[in-house]
Ligand binder design. Sequence first.
Ligand code: SF4
Length: 244
Amino acid sequence: MPHEPEREAREPPRRPTPEVGCFRHVWAERGSTVNRAARERIFARLREADPEPTTELHYGTTFELLVAVVLSAQATDRSVNAATAKLFAVAHTPEEILRLGERGLARYIRTIGLYNSKARNLIKTCRILLDHHGGEVPRERAALEALPGVGRKTANVILNTAFGEPTIAVDTHVFRVANRTGLARGKTPAEVERKLLKAVPEPFHRNAHHWLILHGRYVCTARRPRCRECVIAEWCEYRRKTPA
Ligand code: SF4
């Protein structure tokens, strides 16, 4: 049982019996069950291992990034990169993609899941960008989320990767790592995002999304996480770590 006399004096536990579970509940409500010092160490370690993390999607402009992120929903970055390498060689602006038309665009992306609806959404998005944003990708969340095929997660990636905003997009990898480690436990991506924004120490906000995604993709994998090689294992609260 954690003993915190000072805190108890200022702020009595909300439940009558101060069991560990009680404190966990309180901490979880605040954002994280991992204490601040440990959270600092976790992100310092991730930064040490990868000082300049970024997306693995290939792009040269903010518009190309938007196209790649929309295409990456339920698809691997590798499959998206293979398709966009050919697509961007012939069309990499809203005007050029509009000129391809929905069927023309679909031909370039048909190796990617849901390509028909993605082609439809991208054509509509190009039209909106030209009509309402001077052909540029907007920097405001509301304007981004108003684009067809762009939800909160995609908007977070654009705001973070293209515009340097301290947003944290919660995809399947971030969701898993946040829950396993105890950094931010939640039942939905929205809940995990809200808790991560509180839990991640401020100096690490800008890159937290990339560190957590890459950690989930290559180390804290869904099946048999590579706990022995994990640089943050010391502070991770996952009870079923992969044995040596
Ligand atoms: S120790 Fe294992 S479960 Fe915890 S973050 Fe590392 S790989 Fe994931």
